[in-house]
Write a protein that binds this ligand. Sequence first.
Ligand code: PGA
Length: 251
Amino acid sequence: MRRRIVAGNWKMNKTAAEAAALVGELRPLVSDVSNVDVVVCPPFTALAAVAPALVGTNIELGAQNMHWEKSGAYTGEVSAEMLLTLGCRYVILGHSERRQYFHETNSEINKKVKAALAAGLTPILCVGETLEEREDGQTETIVKEHVTGGLLGLSPDQVGKVVIAYEPVWAIGTGKTATPDQAQAVHAFIRNVLKQISNSTIAETVRIQYGGSMKPENAKELMGKPDIDGGLIGGAALKADSFAAIVKAAV
Ligand code: PGA
């Protein structure tokens, strides 16, 4: 049985003080949850304020991006070590907004995945098709490219350390959620791709989150599907009670 993982992707929201206040509200609401990994991913500028508020709690810290190099002349970027030493355990990589607005490619994302693993961070690799690609019948092709491209060159053991987030782009921030059956079909497909690039034992251990307008009302049904092992939550993660309700739906 895979341990479920629910992560909040706060995107470019919350100042450091607002972020600390939000985790202050969230802490007591999820403190009795022991069988789900709970992760919050505030913006870089709030990580240092949030980290101390999470010490001794069951909530872990993640970041939303990083660079693949260890250090150097990369103005505006941060390294895996910088995140790790702030207390991060996870890093979201290849989010569709990074792919779309910042033109990140599968090969760059692959370098980031490798650098994160080498540093001891757990990558949450985001994959997913646009509406146009879905309507064009390209969903599996695109998702396979994202998965194989992002995980290229990883050993089976390394594949086993990655979390995948399936996020259909048309469902992100739109209020349109994939139906549980639509999501399950792609999750099962992803697990099959993982089998091809590692082996069936490893593929069975990898957690695959669903993301895209997951909310308290639909979380339980989505996570009730056999290959949906949690959620990557955007909008609903910005309110402590909504995020906590999704965490509880994963219990
Ligand atoms: P959403 O975002 O829950 O607001 O749709 C999910 C995400 O982009 O990770």
